[in-house]
Write a new protein. Structure first.
Length: 217
């Protein structure tokens, strides 16, 4: 997906296709800005759409680690690079069963724990040795794209959602030409598309296809 095509579709739907650029209601720069905002709103509502696999070098001697600077939230810590898998556990449980865990000698990561009050920080056990690299997955914050630049990670199927979000933002500020209900209509379409896909996951991503266990034949 490139935002140029989003802008073309937005202009068509807003009937803002005057060949004389000076007579267009929105400039390409304005619509590009709205499209970039729509991507960022999508990332906040559905961080899973921007999930990225990466190698992550831990801070030596520490149990508390911070996700890459472009992260919205840490999603998964899979394994030590060229090493064993890492199991997720609960920090509260570890604190109760082994209160001195954070003082053990550095070693290859065995467990990781989410920081419940900070989406971009996580704990590992034991503390990190020098130059340890983990394979992680995190949600990457969309950058500000320029015209002609491909959008990272987001599937092309979400093209209509980006269009809806861009129209919602454009119509929200255009007091002179705006249809009073159009901005709300496209906002609802934007939100529904994101939530419907999320709600369908039990059907597509589980063995039971969303059915109660007793209903599975």
């Amino acid at each position: 997906m490139i935002l140029d095509t989003v802008i073309v579709e937005v202009r068509r739907m807003l009937q803002d296709t005057n060949a004389n650029v000076a007579l267009q209601r929105y400039s390409d720069t304005q619509l590009l800005g709205f499209a970039n905002q729509a991507l960022k709103r999508m990332a906040v509502l559905r961080p899973d759409l921007f999930a990225k696999m990466a190698e992550f070098t831990t801070v030596a001697g520490e149990v508390l680690q911070t996700a890459p600077s472009d992260s919205i939230r840490i999603m998964e810590v899979f394994r030590v690079k060229d090493g064993a898998a890492i199991r997720e556990t609960n920090r509260q449980t570890l604190d109760q069963t082994y209160p001195d865990w954070a003082n053990d000698d550095p070693g290859a990561c065995v467990n990781w724990m989410r920081h419940v009050r900070n989406n971009n920080r996580f704990f590992i056990y034991p503390k990190a040795p020098a130059s340890q690299v983990l394979i992680i997955e995190y949600s990457q914050a969309p950058k500000n794209y320029v015209l002609g630049e491909a959008v990272d990670l987001l599937p092309d199927a979400y093209f209509p959602v980006v269009v809806d979000g861009t129209i919602f933002l454009a119509e929200s500020i255009d007091n002179e030409h705006v249809n009073s209900n159009r901005a709300q209509l496209f906002q609802q379409s934007f939100m529904q598309a994101l939530s419907t896909n999320f709600q369908a996951r039990p059907v597509t991503d589980t063995e039971e296809a969303g059915l109660q266990q007793g209903q599975v034949v």
